[in-house]
Write a protein that binds this ligand. Sequence first.
Ligand SMILES: [Zn+2]
Length: 491
Amino acid sequence: MAAAALLLAAMLGAEPPSQYLPALGKIHARSLEGRLSFLASDALEGRGTPSRGLDIAAEYIASEFRRAGLEPAGDNGYFQTAKWLMLRPVRSGLLVRLDREGESVTLAPGRVDAGLAGALHLDNAPVIYFDAAAPDSWGELSADAVAGKVVAVSGIARIYGLPAAERGPAIRSYYMLKDFLARARPLVVLRADYGTPAPSGEEMLIDPESVPTILAPEAREFFTRLRSRSAGITLSLNVPAPEARPVQLRNVAALFKGADPELSKSYVLLSAHYDHLGMKPDGDGDRIYNGADDDGSGVVSVLEIASALARSGIHTRRSILFIAYYGEELGMLGSGYYSRHPLVPLEQTVANINIEQVGRTDDPIQPRINEATFTGFDYSTLVPVFAEAGRLTGIKVVPYQDPASSEPAGDPFFVRSDNLALAARGVVAHTVSVALEFPDYHRVSDEWQKVNYSNMARVDRMIALGTLWIADSETAPRWNLSNPATIPYRR
Ligand SMILES: [Zn+2]
């Protein structure tokens, strides 16, 4: 019905359809400001994953869903609980040795972080090597090929040095590789160049369901010399049992039940991430990463739209699931977890609209007043629905353009937020944003006082209207088959 709705809208002129006004009229700048001034306050200490501030934020989000009268959609009320571990790796007795044709490299234990929930001992286990920056060299990813083997991955850092046009596809391929490994379950993954291992004694957060991973940047040399000639490599390993303590991480989810007997079994997912970077460990002055725009703005938009809808008396045909994720800043942990443990069937999830950074308009490229963008702008039939919603609510929905580049700038960002976890499983999933870049990005100065709330309210009305249209439409959004960039995401 999207097409029919658009036609109808065009016939009615530049006004949102009257049946949706009771919801759109309940979205207010003042309410958004009130919500965000708490969520991004210093009291929540930057909402690091995991932290007490993050837990308080989760309780706040749940309390707002409860207040709106939405149905709890988690395993424990509004919470989807993930049981993770904080590990303190033990380095005495740690051994990591790589062998190939008489060449042997033993890594310094102080430069290795073993993210293993228990002890592990391997003698000359066969290694399969993937150069993350060269997906063409991978061959077919088959679970049989990696079962019972060690998988070594390097080249991750090189991805970020690629020219812009190649970077997006390379990040996507790397995400797909990680997603494949999470399901194929090799013995262990050796990450041979990512980041700097924490100094001895620092804790690591791991998902005990995930593939055991060893961070070993010093092994990079060894693999760089090999390039794709990985035959004959073996790994010998001795990892002592770590000290581990359980931590609970929670996505927060609420359901707005559809009214149509059939279509209500399908879902539109409206999401944002409620975590941010936590606090600087020391130093003078402000140490709190408030994350007001990133992504407090997305979370309060989800809350504002959810409560507006719940109080409007409107019934949609499809159901709408509202969700706030943890751990985006650590590598999309909460959305990745959700994609492995969906609360409603992914096959029945017709669209995901993920909201990121909709509060700030002071983009250094150009001011973004009454303007919003969707990442992967021409990847699906979803974006035109929102462009029309924008026309009726005073928001121009545009491809994100950096004047310095000829590339559509929204494309590399498609793989940089929580929509990716859903897109990787075939769901038509985009991120909507006002300014993909803003001056205080990932700085302690990303404060709630700097947000343009009246603009944000208009943007949220656009998001709400597009979401309602999709929820009432018989036709589900589809990937754009004529754009090869969507091939990895088609079901
Ligand atoms: Zn973010």
